[in-house]
Write a protein that binds this ligand. Structure first.
Ligand code: NCD
Length: 318
């Protein structure tokens, strides 16, 4: 069945489980609506499109900006928000994900934002819940709102998402941010390169249309966008890099390496940053190139757009 609405259908609802499966038109509609919310946020105007709706933030992994950003997004649209952290919940007593889902279902939640360390957790919840499920990061699989906020940041600076050269550098193996960005940027017609030590390069990148570099200077040549990734130690079952110092020497972004990219290259990082490990502090704070703080601002607007789009059917104004 042709379905031109935003997100993925499962059960009776629309969800945002990943960038995979979204077409350029759907991505553009989310970014365009985010632009509207950026202006509204700057003016401080309250909105009420989600008045009377309930959003639950269910985070099985730590988060600062993503959880806060979804909370602010929901509040700015007038929704009631409940934050559930799993340490103080029945999950720590051994409740299964499905049981947690059924409990939330019985409470008639409208939207569920979920972060989980298992790839596929958001999709599983979407099968079981009557709520719209938004994936806020599932294992090493996807983090779709991060890719959308990165895209809106890029588009505002470069005017387009087509024909750009984007270098994604660092711990690609463990990164759902990299995966969602690769899917989005290639769908929109940009070239994506990945730069990482051989131990942190996942298989299957060539099939995703990505060029792989192990030499950072070569990989950064003529890049329009330099997207740095955190070394995700919590996902590493063994030592993937010899030492932080050595990693920084070869794969940390400093002014000398950045000089290989285009003079007007943007520097991005999803946060949280390990300063002095994957990025030099001076580069992270250099507003000539760095848009890291702007990414955080865009995050709230993008999440407002996603919550708005996913609930349009249920609000009767699709
Ligand atoms: C990312 C995540 O959790 O996947 N962070 C984020 O959402 N801002 C990346 C990371 O943790 O390194």
């Amino acid at each position: 069945m042709a379905d031109s609405g935003f997100g993925q259908m499962a059960g009776r609802r629309r969800h945002l489980l990943g960038i995979g499966g979204l077409d350029p038109g759907q991505i553009r509609s989310a970014l365009d609506l985010a632009e509207t919310y950026i202006s509204l946020n700057r003016k401080g105007g309250p909105r009420d499109v989600l008045r009377g709706r309930t959003l639950v933030n269910l985070f099985f992994e730590n988060s600062t900006r993503t959880r806060t950003s979804f909370e602010l997004a929901g509040k700015r649209l007038g929704a009631d928000i409940v934050n559930m952290s799993t340490s103080g919940s029945s999950v720590s007593k051994g409740e299964t994900l499905i049981d947690t889902a059924m409990t939330l279902n019985a409470m008639h939640v409208d939207m569920l934002v979920v972060r989980h360390d298992q790839s596929g957790a958001a999709a599983l919840l979407a099968q079981k819940l009557d709520a719209a499920v938004i994936n806020a990061g599932d294992g090493t699989h996807e983090h779709p709102t991060q890719a959308l906020l990165d895209a809106v940041t890029i588009r505002r600076h470069k005017g387009t998402l087509e024909n750009l050269t984007v270098a994604i550098c660092g711990d690609v193996l463990h990164s759902r941010v990299a995966r969602s960005n690769i899917l989005l940027l290639t769908t929109m017609g940009s070239r994506v390169r990945v730069i990482a030590p051989p131990t942190l390069i996942p298989s299957g990148l060539a099939a995703m249309g990505v060029e792989v570099f192990t030499d950072m200077e070569r990989g950064l040549e003529d890049a329009d966008i330099v997207m740095m990734l955190r070394l995700q130690k919590e996902r590493m079952s063994r030592a993937f890099v010899p030492s932080a110092r050595e990693y920084f020497r070869f794969y940390g972004l400093d002014a000398a390496k950045l000089a290989c990219a285009r003079p007007d290259a943007l520097v991005m990082h999803p946060g949280p940053m390990n300063r002095g490990v994957e990025i030099d502090s001076a580069v992270a704070d250099d507003l000539q190139h760095s848009v890291i703080q702007e990414q955080v601002e865009m995050g709230v607007a993008v999440r407002m757009a996603v919550l708005d789009l996913l609930t349009r059917d249920a609000r009767g104004n699709a």
